[in-house]
Design a protein around this ligand. Sequence first.
Ligand code: GLV
Length: 311
Amino acid sequence: MRVLVHTDAAEAWREALAERLPDAEILTSAAPADERRRADYLAAWKPSAALLGELTALKGIVNLGAGVDAMLDNPALPRGVPIVKLRDAGMAGPIADYARYGVLHFQRDFDRYRRQQARTEWRECPPVDKADWSVGVLGLGAIGARVAQALADDGFPVHGWSRSPRTLPGVRCHHGGDGLRELLPEVKSLVLLLPGTPATREIIDAEALAALPEGASLINPGRGSLIDEAALLDALGDGEAEGRLRGALLDAFPEEPLPASSPLWSHPRVLVTPHMAGPTPLGEALDQVAEALRAMDAGEDVETIDPEAGY
Ligand code: GLV
């Protein structure tokens, strides 16, 4: 089989895949066009439409990330070609840490102490016990489920939400539209780990934000498309005085890099990070990619994504 690799770290991936699949020919997107065109498989993160459009002989695609939204939105994506995505692949641990950091930031009042420090103000905020700080996790896929359980293991009461019913030890699971309406008023911090699909677009809109309790906080290591940004800014209110929404820790945005003109950059109660919550290191990801390529090429059953559902 001939595999074309396209990522920022394509050469490292090429070498590592060549070691794991000694009978395969592995090339990067820097190879000449006539060689690229003959690829049977593509292993890629956010390929351009021009690159994808060249690949007319593809038998399978491996998405080098957990979210397939960018791949599915690519206008040159060939129809009917099976797509495999990374599942956890070492990302869930760092994303759980990101969510923990966000939850602790608000539960232990680090946001308030940062503002107090700027005023040289020495004053302890009334402590709130973890047991009284319920956290909601929207999205219980491979990553969301690990994050929900990590937070529950830390001692936070955790509510999880998914489109269809799930059960997770130690997590109160809700599902469907009614389940979301049940969950939102219960949680002091809301963590977003849903896939970016037409069904989840701006699921956090003005109505959802209004359903959160006064002083709730939002943590988004998922997808920018999940949030209606105008409604978010409205719920946050201006300036340092806490609005209905106390603050937000945001890692994903509808347009990345986040444009310099975005008011989120300078909002005093928003922390912006550059889509770093879940790095995709080689290692576990490489094992998944090599195994998916081997299995697809051997005609074995592989777990592919459902392009209609978007994950
Ligand atoms: C990163 O955002 C990913 O989907 O893996």
